[in-house]
Design a protein around this ligand. Structure first.
Ligand code: ATP
Ligand code: MG
Length: 270
């Protein structure tokens, strides 16, 4: 598999993401048409693999999606998973926690949404908000969120040890791209419903967000629960890169239709 993502390591510049253009298309030399054709083929393969994953009921796949506002999480979910059997693919959205959720530890609301065997679950935002929005907006003291990287590593390792494959995606748009996308939400009537003034407030903290993302990624990137930084200004590259990575992970799991415990040839339906 060509490496269609950006890798960050512990030595990377604190502002590595601030400086990263969302226009990049690592590991891919073609343009939109080639990417769309490759995505079409990958999607067909994904549909077959998901069918077998669901039938086999042995493995589960958790896809964590994080991005800045307008980063394209909703679009990626729609495009990457279009055509799969909705019975086996679920999306869990994590919005600002309710009073009940805030009264408990931050992983409480997350844990019961993880995939069952045979399922793919996509987290549209996730437990990572608790080291991103929470850090940037100082919703808890620094000493509290700093401890969370270790919790997140351990929580995810536990899920992996118990049979879940985890893929974490950060869809990276740059500040200029966000400006255009927010403006489009004002200019295009069909997009007005998506405009949220709160996003403008958060945009003022772009630099802090980029640092928070960088730290979350380097602190919690593990062999068994890797992060993929996907430049996402170009939606066709974003979809292609996600499909490439997800399909490759499912190929490795190699799910099989279960063998019947009976001889089908020996039974006649009358
Ligand atoms: P879009 O990118 O299309 O705007 P969205 O993912 O922002 O979609 P919204 O419902 O607009 O969806 O926003 C969800 C909000 O919930 C985000 O602002 C996010 O930061 C916030 N949120 C999620 N988890 C937490 C958390 N643990 N603490 C505080 N805020 C959170
Ligand atoms: Mg929003």
């Amino acid at each position: 598999m060509d490496k269609c993502w950006i890798e960050l390591d512990k030595d990377s510049d604190p502002d590595v993401l601030l400086k990263l253009s969302g226009d990049k298309t690592p590991g891919f030399n073609g343009g939109e048409e080639e990417a769309d054709e490759a995505s079409r083929q990958l999607r067909e393969e994904l549909i077959g693999l998901q069918d077998r994953l669901f039938a086999e009921q042995k493995h589960s796949l958790l896809v964590v999606l994080q991005a800045m506002d307008t980063g394209g999480k909703d679009g990626a979910i729609r495009k990457v998973f279009s055509g799969v059997n909705p019975q086996g693919v679920l999306v869990a959205r994590f919005e600002a926690p309710s009073k009940q959720e805030l009264a408990r530890d931050y992983l409480w609301r997350v844990h019961h949404k993880v995939p069952a065997k045979g399922e793919i679950v996509v987290f549209n935002r996730s437990h990572y908000e608790d080291v991103l929005v929470v850090r940037v907006n100082e919703l808890v003291p620094a000493k509290t969120w700093k401890k969370r990287y270790a919790h997140l590593r351990n929580f995810e390792q536990m899920l992996v040890d118990e049979g879940t494959t985890i893929l974490k995606f950060y869809l990276h748009i740059d500040a200029q791209e966000q400006r255009e996308r927010l403006q489009a939400r004002l200019d295009e009537p069909a997009k007005n419903w998506k405009f949220d003034e709160h996003d403008l407030e958060q945009r003022k903290h772009w630099k802090e967000y980029m640092r928070a993302f960088r730290d979350a990624i380097v602190q919690t990137h593990q062999k068994d629960a890797p992060w993929f930084v996907i430049p996402a200004n170009r939606k066709w590259f974003r979809d292609y890169a996600m499909l490439t990575i997800i399909v490759e992970a499912l190929r490795k799991l190699d799910p099989q239709f279960p063998k019947p415990a009976f001889d089908p040839a020996a039974i006649e339906v009358v």
